[in-house]
Design a protein around this ligand. Sequence first.
Ligand SMILES: [Zn+2]
Length: 431
Amino acid sequence: MSGQGAQQGLVKRQFGHRARLALAPSQVMALDAQGHAARATWNLLHDWWLMLPRAKRTLAAADAVIRQGRAELEWLGVLPAQAAQAVLKSYFQAWKNCWEGRAGAPEFKARFRTRMSIDIPQGRDLHVVRVHRRWGMVNIPKVGRIRFRWTRDLPAGKHASKGHRITGARLVKDAVGWHIAFRITTLASAPALHCGPEVGIDAGIAVPLALSDGENIEHAPWLSKKEEERLLYHERRAARRKAYRTAGARTSRRLQQTYDQIARIRATAKRRREDWQHKTTTSIAEVYGTVVVEALHIANMTRSAKGTIEAPGSQIAQKAGLNRSILGEAWGRTVRLLAYKVADRGGVLAEVPAPGTSQECHRCHTVTPGSRRNQAEFVCRNPACGWEGNADTNAARIVLYRYRTGHALVPAAGRAVVRRAANGVKPATAR
Ligand SMILES: [Zn+2]
């Protein structure tokens, strides 16, 4: 989140910019090696952590483990020291997130299922220069000067200042290749208070986003019919090839190509989803001064199969497995985007406890388990009320109602404890 450290009406704000890197095959190999080393460093730390008693798990001891590993294993040393330090930092942060209830416990990173990434924590190492209308150059530690697509003006060279500069970057590999995500910090004047109306938002089951004023924000399917068919075709092919593979044998080139096809189609869907999220959150942040959401966190969402969806029905299967985790992930990202966009415009983002929002009638506040006729429709069981309507709109109105009746959760430090207590779970013991 941004918006801290106001000084003389200035607010420090961080944002990112992603650009595709133009790499030669040998440079791709060098980055792949660094990416694997970063992953291995994480695993080394995790292994070390699991073996030690709690009292010995200190930052200094972890640092010593990394130094020793880098000295002993040559291939681990291909990762720049700064990047190894960044792995250490994010590993400890992962535990902190876990203890504070924002995520599950850190796990080992598997070779194939992990998205490779390398941190370049110091902005001054990057030496970003614009060399052409369309191209920039960036310094990648241990790889060299690399070209990237210049699609927006970056605060580099004489355009950089103390209040507006690149403070670091992260290299990420997806199905399309290696990208660089620049981290840009800007000091901007604090925005005037946003006086727009209040709104509650529910991450709907029937619709992607339901607003308390009755608006539903939907989107077209992320993949066209044809793309969907192609994905299914490749998935079936992969399953068939996998079934006939001898155990322990290497993945064949054809199977690998099929995997690549699948990854490419999924990456397309993801790009479209993220684009939609950006557009949607921007328009919400522009219209509304106070935005209220449910404090669903991902760890919670992926754990409960039937707990969050009260009405049994065919849609439960849709929320299961991968679909459910994608939904949770998408909602988490939507909230993160909303948080900074709303803050940028002088608005407020508030979170309220989630349990029961789909069971409570917004008109008479009668709580009835299973008060949904189906996934899309809410029917109040109170005979004196009998409200019927869109279930997601009802939930969004309950979200807003909880905010108005003073149930907003305390942000920052007190957050985890308050959330847990609100969920009826014992607060975590302080560590
Ligand atoms: Zn009612």
